[in-house]
Design a protein around this ligand. Sequence first.
Ligand code: 5GP
Ligand code: ZN
Length: 114
Amino acid sequence: MAEDCLFCKIIDGEVPSDKVYEDDDILVFKDIDPQAPIHLVIIPKQHYDSILAVPAGDPIMGKIQTVISRLAIKMGVTEDGFRVVNNCGPSGGQTVPHLHFHFLAGRDMKWPPG
Ligand code: 5GP
Ligand code: ZN
């Protein structure tokens, strides 16, 4: 756990969240400010500041990919589709420095996102 990390506090239960999925390595919860009818945040339980902090070949990335597929099935959006976003660093729009992926679904998405 990284000190003063909001998402580490969510993992610890110190900050409440609406959990959707959890296993030994990953937690998924609803975003507090949803940008789509379905807006989930996927985080590893181990703290990484961003995707750049994940060592090459770390199994966490494959585990996250598996959870994304499971979420698509669970949310019933395998046919309609969905979007997965990773914001990295200030220009990437990252506001919480704990690696996370946004899972967005339930509306048509525009591209580029702006
Ligand atoms: P970022 O901007 O870093 O890519 O995404 C951070 C996300 O965390 C934002 O979409 C924001 O709404 C969400 N968020 C920030 N604080 C909280 C919180 O306390 N609880 C939950 N569930 N989501 C949060
Ligand atoms: Zn953290």
